[in-house]
Ligand binder design. Structure first.
Ligand SMILES: [Zn+2]
Length: 459
């Protein structure tokens, strides 16, 4: 072969290669412009590919599934399962958790270090985001998550969330655009210094935490004489006459002491026991119905429109926090899916259900405005408010353990005729440990059955 011929052949090969590269570029450009995807790996039917997109808006309409680690998004597109690396979107979604850019407007948190997350663009797109926590947060082992509403109110959404590594999974909630993750150190515990009980009595230990928004309110009770009392989850049971002291120890080295005196039970006349009447429902000046000091909200006893605690009450949150942490050590993850709901919110919700299913059916699962326990600030839906939650390990754990923390399953199975609602394994109500223990001992019956009261709309 002559040198000229060889050169010609090399040229031809080069030209062919150039044309080929050109064609590939055109095809890729076409795919890119038509579908808007920049494909890194060619997708085959049913396969998973890495895919980036310049227009983050597309994510909004196509996201179907976020994997467990939340670093990839998977969805199906024209028979292709496409996985997107969400790090790209995180960058473009303006999720910049940083302590430098925080604008803390709430006085309770002015000096509080934490992660402030501005989250406008993620709303309605992702259900959760995985964040890396700075050392000063994860070293405590727990964090609190606050949602910040449009009026700059800090609402405690998840408290004492255990962080076993540096990562925190931020669940995206309705109504909040910004979030604040922090740890507030417990300075001291205050309590009634002396309790006087009679043999057989039970009494709940009331603790006051300073600051009240301390993250870790987990305490241990020790040092008492077990022949005189037992203490279980803060509930004292008086066994035998005598005196003893309970040492209350918080996780942040805070300590309090309570003196306990148990008196001998006097021989009671049986007549007086018989005379004891069942407590009756009374209406307070505030328009709220109570029975035996317990707020009652059902189809017979509505809350006034003006009653608006604005959030879940501290007694609910404190008890829930304790329960959430104990559940977690049993491998059960519990979270508040829906807590406080205002009167106005319930107006919209109930109207929607009535339009969807008609009034009669809507009444079996949704409360009319004013009649929802969610307005009380003492009730919440846990994890997943739907029948598919029934029988899950989380639902079973909740049913078996919630009474220890002062909660009851508000609408138990087969109690529709008393409560007026079908079974809701996810809806819990805080009633305090004394009542929750009594209801548990009575067989986890409904509040209505326990007190012998009705729950029926008058019209
Ligand atoms: Zn509910």
């Amino acid at each position: 072969m002559s040198r000229r011929k060889r050169r010609l052949r090399i040229d031809r090969v080069l030209i062919c290669l150039l044309i080929l590269v050109g064609l590939i570029c055109i095809v890729r450009f076409t795919i890119y412009t038509i579908y808007g995807f920049k494909i890194l790996n060619q997708a085959k039917k049913g396969e998973t590919v890495k895919l980036y997109h310049d227009n983050a808006n597309l994510w909004k309409s196509t996201v179907k599934y976020i994997n467990e680690d939340m670093d990839e998004l998977t969805y199906t597109y024209r028979n292709y399962t496409v996985t997107m690396d969400s790090s790209y979107f995180k960058k473009n979604m303006n999720i910049k958790p940083s302590t430098e850019n925080k604008k803390i407007t709430n006085n309770d948190f002015l000096k509080q270090k934490g992660l402030y997350i501005k989250n406008n663009n993620i709303m309605g797109i992702a259900s959760k985001i995985k964040l890396k926590l700075p050392h000063y947060l994860y070293k405590n082992g727990y964090v609190d998550l606050y949602g910040i509403d449009e009026n700059s109110n800090y609402i405690l959404l998840e408290s004492r969330v255990k962080v076993s590594d540096k990562f925190f999974t931020l669940n995206i909630y309705e109504n909040y655009t910004d979030y604040f993750i922090t740890y507030v150190k417990l300075e001291s515990i205050k309590t009634t210094q002396e309790y006087v009980l009679t043999e057989g009595d039970t009494k709940e230990i009331k603790l006051e935490f300073n600051p009240s928004n301390a993250t870790n309110k987990k305490v241990t009770y020790s040092g008492y004489d077990e022949n005189i009392i037992t203490v279980d989850h803060g509930l004292i049971k008086a066994i035998k006459e005598g005196k003893t002291t309970v040492k209350v120890k918080g996780n942040d080295m805070s300590v309090a002491k309570i003196k306990i005196i148990v008196n001998k039970k006097k021989e009671e006349k049986k007549d007086t026991e018989k005379k004891e009447e069942k407590p009756k429902v009374t209406q307070g000046d505030d328009g709220i119905y109570y029975i035996d000091g317990i707020m009652i909200v059902n189809k017979s006893y509505p809350l006034p429109e003006s009653y608006d605690p604005g959030k879940l009450l501290p007694e609910f949150m404190d008890a829930f926090t304790e329960m959430q942490a104990d559940a977690q050590s049993d491998g059960i993850k519990l979270w508040i899916q829906s807590g406080y709901r205002s009167y106005d919110y319930q107006v919209g919700l109930y109207d929607m259900y009535v339009r969807q299913d008609g009034r009669d059916r809507a009444d079996t699962y949704s409360a009319r405005p004013g009649y929802s326990e969610h307005q009380s600030g003492l009730a919440a839906d846990i994890n997943n408010p739907s029948d598919s939650f029934n029988g899950t390990s989380e639902a079973i754990w909740l049913k078996e353990n919630c009474y220890k923390y002062g909660f009851i399953i508000r609408f138990p199975e087969n109690e529709d005729e008393y409560t007026g609602y079908k079974y809701e394994s996810w809806h819990i109500r805080y009633v305090g440990k004394e009542l929750s223990n009594k209801i548990h001992e009575a067989g986890d019956i409904s509040l209505e059955k326990y007190y012998g009261i009705e729950s029926k709309y008058s019209n």
